[in-house]
Design a binder for this molecule. Structure first.
Ligand SMILES: [Zn+2]
Ligand SMILES: [Zn+2]
Length: 599
């Protein structure tokens, strides 16, 4: 599947590279120098620094394979050893166009033709000359240890109608240690990839006959999901949320009123035309449905805050190239809620949501997370509603709420929702990268658009504030994140199968079944391995399935009414009386701890 990074990235004059990005950008030029030497006739498009590395898009006489990488890397090292200085100059458009036309570089010519300026930047190192806005290290010798990673197809300018180029990716670091650590992290991420583990543990599947991005939850994955849902629903009930069910589709008009259609229609499924002439759409968000519930009767200040919650299923038309397992899907169920409150209640409600997030993360065992205050881009009135006062008011309110909470946060321009700023809770994934799991959004826009009201103490109609919040994010994303976070080793309370009873011989089957039903009656999820495999093979299979407890039973155990306990960590606990095992396992399950067994 071709990558879809926009070609305009490289030409964005407003972006300033950090020192490591400058070094990687320089590595991209050196890679192009090597390619020019090894593949005469190569035509170059763009070569930016990206997260963790760099790439160059090129049209080459033949398709590259990883077998080509050592020769390209060796040629790059020659350039680095030669320590060529990077020399920047400005040429007139005409001069640059003449040069790149003469050198048969049509992509560079097209880039220059689109540049508005009278002069264009030219960067030279050794034998290689490139169109470039600059931002390099001083000389090639300053480029650190590097490695070519992979080659992929990429359409010129991300346009499927334009030529497919080859995108060669590399990574470069300041030190060999950093490069080694990065490659190790990538390996670890591969081992933990939720798509792989999801298949091995039979958690979910994707079927061609159902469609891309529409995952099916298998019984074991569904068990984990249901446990997560039960956990969060109970917490929400405790916090005064009211749960509702609402349909997955609605009239297109509703999303025109909300503004979703205007700001969001690229990711919405096309409308379905009804015989009546009405148009229905699959909902991309649940907010307008909950708004209708708020509006279903007259609300007084005494009724507020009203907290409407739903495990709301919604549909987004993500690009097919971006779909991935459970982490990027087209149908998803959000742990959603909308809080309708007075402006005076807003900060308290915000505070309660953040505390709920913190509590849920403690249960999940997340320790490495941070708070991102996502603001609008003030220059972008298309992506964000055009209402200066609203943005200033709500951004100030969010900062105040965060200061009151006493949490440290950082700000990120351009990541707000279209209707208002939000707090994103960022959890570090296996690669050490932040992923947004929870969000809390202050919204003064939708109450206005839907003309929401409550009757105040003064008997007059007032406008409530809305808080949109998701704690566990979508069940799909959360599951993907948990699988990778735990490497498939779910804590006892979430493990789809918590214990497997392993009879040593067929004559122990009856006792095994008896142990299993005692544990099941107490609410534990237990299976009996009745296969005629050898005991060691059964233990190994249970470990591969990441089942927390293996209870081996033979003559001795049946005699003593005990089990021989092995943990999935391969630790051999030894003989444990059935009632003791039950009490401990039950305690660990009920407290939703991360602990596997007492030390
Ligand atoms: Zn450049
Ligand atoms: Zn919402």
């Amino acid at each position: 599947m071709p990558d879809n990074v926009s070609a305009e990235n490289e030409l964005d004059q407003t972006k300033t590279y950090t020192p490591i990005q400058r070094m990687r950008h320089s590595a991209a030029h050196v890679m192009a120098e090597a390619i020019q030497d090894l593949f005469p006739g190569a035509k170059f498009a763009i070569g930016p620094a990206i997260e963790d590395g760099f790439y160059y898009d090129m049209e080459l006489p033949r398709a590259l394979t990883p077998d080509d990488f050592p020769a390209i890397e060796a040629r790059m090292r020659q350039s680095i050893a030669a320590n060529h200085p990077f020399v920047h100059s400005e040429w007139s458009r005409e001069q640059a166009l003449d040069y790149f036309r003469a050198h048969d570089q049509p992509y560079k010519v097209e880039l220059i033709e689109d540049l508005p300026e009278a002069t264009v930047g030219i960067e030279v190192q050794g034998p290689f000359l490139d169109l470039c806005r600059g931002q390099h290290v001083e000389a090639t010798g300053q480029i650190g240890p590097l490695k070519l990673m992979r080659v992929a197809g990429a359409y010129w300018r991300g346009d499927e109608k334009r030529p497919m180029l080859q995108r060669l990716y590399g990574t470069a670091w300041f030190s060999q240690d950093e490069l080694d650590a990065y490659l190790e992290r990538l390996e670890e991420a591969k081992r933990r990839d939720h798509r792989r583990i999801g298949k091995e543990l039979e958690l979910f599947m994707v079927s061609d006959e159902i469609g891309a991005g529409l995952p099916l939850w298998l019984p074991k994955g569904a068990t984990v999901r249901r446990l997560l849902e039960e956990y969060i629903l109970a917490k929400e009930r405790e916090q005064g949320y009211q749960h509702v069910y609402t349909p997955h589709l609605a009239k297109l008009e509703l999303y025109k009123t909300s503004g979703h259609w205007e700001h969001y229609h690229d990711t919405m499924y096309p409308p379905m035309e009804m015989e009546s002439g009405e148009e229905l759409v699959l909902r991309p968000m649940n907010c307008p449905h909950h708004i209708q519930i708020y509006k279903s009767k007259m609300r007084s200040y005494r009724d507020l805050p009203i907290r409407i919650a739903e495990l709301g299923t919604m549909y987004r038309l993500e690009k097919s190239g971006e779909l991935a397992g459970l982490s990027r899907v087209r149908a998803m169920t959000l742990n959603d809620a909308h809080i309708f409150c007075t402006p005076e209640q807003m900060l308290t409600e915000f505070d309660r949501v953040v505390r709920l997030v913190q509590e849920a993360y403690a249960v999940m065992g997340f320790k490495d997370y941070s708070y991102r205050l996502s603001l609008r881009d003030p220059h972008d009135n298309v992506k964000f509603v055009d209402n200066e006062t609203m943005w200033q008011q709500s951004e100030a309110a969010l900062r105040q709420a965060l200061d009151q909470l006493g949490v440290t946060y950082y700000e990120s321009v351009g990541d707000a929702a279209f209707y208002g700023p939000k707090l994103d809770v960022q959890v570090a994934n296996v690669l050490g990268k932040d992923e947004t799991i929870s969000t809390v959004q202050l919204d003064f826009t939708l109450p206005e658009r839907f003309d929401l009201e409550y009757i105040g103490e003064d008997g007059q109609a007032h406008r409530p504030v809305m808080i949109h919040r998701g704690v566990l994010s979508t069940m799909e994303r959360f599951m993907a994140f948990l699988i990778e976070n735990y490497a498939g080793n779910f804590p006892v309370w979430l493990a789809p199968v918590q214990a497997v009873v392993i009879p040593i011989a067929d004559r122990h089957l009856e006792y095994a079944e008896q142990v299993a039903s005692t544990l099941r009656e107490a609410g534990l999820r237990v299976e009996v391995d009745t296969r005629s495999e050898r005991m060691n093979a059964k233990v190994r299979d249970a470990q591969l399935q990441k089942i927390p407890y293996m209870l081996v039973v033979g003559d001795k155990e049946a005699e003593a009414q005990s089990v021989s306990l092995r943990l999935r960590t391969n630790e051999n606990v030894g003989a444990v009386p059935v009632p003791s095992f039950l009490a401990q396992a039950k305690r660990i399950n009920d407290t939703r701890g991360q602990e596997l067994w007492p030390a």
